[in-house]
Design a binder for this molecule. Structure first.
Ligand SMILES: Cc1ncc(COP(=O)(O)O)c(C=O)c1O
Length: 477
């Protein structure tokens, strides 16, 4: 029964909780290791501990650090511990944010405002990013009116440093690299970007939302990790998510700057508000105390040894799965990922990667699809250590099924994703997605049926299949 109006009389707490449990029954099954994104779970005991830490500061609000000095202390210490982990030096400072996206948005806002103050003649600020940069920076460009200039990747899926150099002009206010990028788990040549940034006197932000709480420990475990943090001269700031590989509760990331000279431009101050002088260090107004407290608790409870132990499990599992996939003749890992995140795909022309994805979905795996190149995506967490072999076997089986039935490429999800990634009419994709969003968030509040079954109420997939069949020769090019 859908709740469209407040129930005249409230329900019993227990009844509400059991309804909620019921509603989650068909959600993605992360508890069995079936998802490869969205949830970073260490173990049940750790989650229970985080819940307690969160609960201790459930009601408190970090909007006013004077009122809740405990939260300010947690935040400062989380920032300090993160800065040290990333070798940010004695002048480092920063803030916590609600997540990776907020940290990325803030980087754009900070450097835009810094340029406004130091280089006021720039009317149309530009930032140079790798093609593989997280989409949060596209959002930041749109929100803060900074032109985004995408530098191509080289054959190893790292940003082409020479291209970056050529793209710099008088309007460039920021260069960004990833450590690693979301699509392929590959680290950009941060040291070379650092050299360029220094020589051109342009700030360099490293988006380590994914790797910030993993790479330092992978490196310490002896893996060959290229320079990615503040040890590279020229890096002026980094984003690192505690709610990803820091294994904290969702809603926690950190943005660290090399010095207050940068951070100062992040703050918002309005002294004339009738509600009082208003100061805000980051994007949000009210800032939940629970997420800040849980982030501190997660870091202090795991310590270096805890993160090292986890990094080993994660990397071993990731390597095993990557090797398993590469042992399938006709499949490959995209590039050479240094971390636990990777993309994989079929390189056999008649075995469609997205069709492999569809079969994996039918087997209960929740897999993300990439474009340019068409690939499937995996972000490994400790939970996958329990399902390593099963997953490899299922990928093998899916590959064999698609090889025997190449037509699967033109059906259901495979057709839809192929169309989305290849159709030259990008505006049409945008229009369709906007329509879907309007349906989801408009008054109907409908959840689209993407089950790809024939006759499903949202038969976008079927239509896509037909288009795809019609245009498949174009797509193949
Ligand atoms: C490299 C990178 N940056 C930024 C983000 C955005 O983080 P969030 O989803 O926490 O907003 C992600 C998310 O996966 C990411 O992988």
């Amino acid at each position: 029964m859908a709740m469209e109006k407040l129930p005249p009389k409230g329900y019993e707490y227990n009844k509400v909780l059991s309804m909620m449990e019921q509603y989650g029954k068909n959600d993605a099954n992360w508890k069995q290791g079936k998802t490869f994104s969205l949830v970073y779970h260490r173990d049940d005991a750790h989650t229970k501990f985080l819940q307690k830490a969160f609960e201790l500061y459930f009601d408190e609000n970090a909007l006013n650090p004077m009122a809740f000095k405990s939260l300010k202390r947690f935040e400062s210490e989380v920032v300090k511990m993160t800065a040290n982990m990333l070798h940010a030096g004695p002048e480092a400072c920063g803030t916590m944010t609600s997540g990776g996206t907020e940290s990325c948005l803030l980087a754009v806002k900070t450097y835009r405002d810094m340029a406004r103050s130091a280089r006021p003649w720039i009317k149309k600020p530009e930032m140079i990013v790798p093609e593989s940069i997280h989409v949060a920076f596209e959002k930041g460009a749109e929100y803060f009116d900074v032109k985004i200039i995408r530098a191509p990747l080289d054959k190893d899926f790292k940003v082409d440093v020479n291209a970056v150099k050529k793209l710099i002009n008088r309007n460039t206010i920021l260069i960004i690299g990833s450590a690693p990028c979301y699509p392929y788990g590959i680290i950009d040549p941060i040291d070379e970007l650092g050299t360029i940034a220094l020589s051109k006197k342009i700030p360099l932000h490293v988006d380590a939302c994914l790797g910030g709480f993993l790479l330092p420990f992978v490196e310490k475990s002896g893996y060959d990790i290229p320079p990615f943090d503040f040890r590279v001269n020229g890096v002026t700031s980094m984003s690192a998510d505690v709610h990803k590989y820091g294994f904290s509760a969702k809603g926690a990331s950190v943005i660290v700057y090399r010095s207050i000279d940068y951070l100062r431009h992040q703050f918002f101050i309005y002294e004339n508000w009738p509600g009082g002088v208003f100061v805000s260090p980051a994007l949000l107004g009210t800032r939940p105390g629970g997420t800040i407290a849980a982030a501190w608790a997660a870091m202090v409870a795991q310590g270096e040894a805890g993160y090292m132990k986890n990094a080993k499990i994660i990397m071993d599992t990731s390597r095993k799965i990557q090797q398993g996939i590469e042992s399938i003749k006709g499949m490959e890992i995209v590039g050479k990922p240094e971390s636990s995140v990777f993309a994989y795909r079929s390189v056999e022309p008649d075995v469609n990667t997205f069709a492999i994805g569809d079969i994996l979905e039918k087997k209960g795996w929740h897999v993300d699809r990439l474009q340019r190149p068409d690939a499937l995506h995996a972000m490994i967490t400790p939970i996958h250590a329990k399902v390593t072999q099963r997953f490899i076997n299922d990928v093998k089986e899916a590959f064999t099924i698609v090889r025997k039935n190449p037509k699967l490429a033109y059906e259901g999800g495979a057709a839809m994703y192929a169309m989305i990634s290849h159709i030259p009419m990008r505006k049409m994709i945008r229009k369709n997605i906007l329509k879907m969003m309007e349906g989801m968030y408009g008054p109907e509040g409908e959840i689209p049926d993407l089950s790809m079954e024939e006759g499903s109420s949202e038969d976008f997939a079927m239509k896509a299949g037909k288009w795809y069949l019609k245009l498949k020769d174009t797509f193949r090019k």
